[in-house]
Design a protein around this ligand. Structure first.
Ligand SMILES: Nc1ncnc2c1ncn2[C@@H]1O[C@H](COP(=O)(O)OP(=O)(O)OP(=O)(O)O)[C@@H](O)[C@H]1O
Length: 234
């Protein structure tokens, strides 16, 4: 099967303007990813894992390297340098980012929050709600809460609503930033099952997992991320 993502020497550093100094983050990493595969970024705290994941999603502009993505229609696009409009279109239709933090509009019901990305893609309301309900049930959010706003939920419930929303939208490429952090063992297992199901359906994923047993279970490839030495900062 064709490679969907080809990352070459991707690195990220920061320039702190008010201190006029460079802060090195991650050294360049390279890997290829096919549909149905998961690459885990592993390494100590501060190594630059999140920065690299954000550089793939283009929340951050990479400092070096290429992120060649093969679109659904077979075009090859370098996410490191593509125009913002193209990045926005790909995020809407093909590339998802899963974090542990839920930022939601107040007053929207949980079911609407989770179904929203599908509704925005033009999916019919019933179909969007049906899929959202399936994901909420799979993550054990009690049905009695689905018409309440998640703004008042516990931290773990909000995290699960956020994951349900991301997986309801899905994507050919999904970027997972510690999706199981601070979940209890049952919820963690539910999220793992969701990740495995998405892989089986052909989603390609890049994920950060602090739990090595989880990385071993879910990942087809593990990439060690290391921070550049400060004196090497460019
Ligand atoms: N926007 C930013 N501006 C300046 N420095 C940043 C920015 N984002 C990240 N950094 C710095 O880059 C370094 C790497 O951070 P990053 O969050 O990528 O590490 P990480 O490996 O994901 O860490 P953790 O496992 O603790 O989440 C840190 O020193 C951090 O302060």
């Amino acid at each position: 099967m064709d490679t969907i993502l080809s990352v070459r020497d991707l690195g990220k550093g920061f320039y702190i303007h008010d201190r006029a100094k460079h802060v090195p983050a991650a050294m360049g990493i390279s890997f290829d990813l096919k549909p149905g595969q998961l690459t885990a970024l592993v390494g100590p705290s501060g190594a630059g894992k999140s920065s690299l994941l954000k550089a793939i999603y283009r929340t951050y502009v990479p400092s070096s390297g290429q992120v060649i993505y093969r679109t659904a229609v077979g075009d090859l696009i370098d996410l490191a340098s593509a125009p913002e409009t193209q990045i926005t279109d790909l995020r809407r239709a093909e590339i998802g980012f899963v974090t542990q933090f839920l930022h939601c509009l107040p007053r929207l019901s949980t079911l609407d929050v989770v179904a929203r990305p599908l509704l925005q893609q033009g999916v019919a309301r019933d179909a969007a709600h049906e899929k959202a309900a399936r994901m909420l049930a799979a993550l054990a959010i009690p049905e009695q809460l689905w018409d309440a706003t998640p703004a008042t939920f516990s931290g773990g419930e909000r995290q699960r609503v956020n994951i349900a929303r991301s997986f309801t939208q899905g994507g050919r490429l999904m970027l997972l930033d510690e999706p199981t952090a601070s979940l209890d063992p049952v919820a963690r297992e539910n999220v793992c099952a969701m990740i495995e199901a998405a892989k089986a359906e052909g989603a390609a994923m890049v994920g950060i997992f602090h739990d090595m047993a989880l990385a071993d279970r879910l990942a087809d490839l593990k990439i060690s991320v290391g921070r550049k030495a400060f004196e090497d900062a460019a």
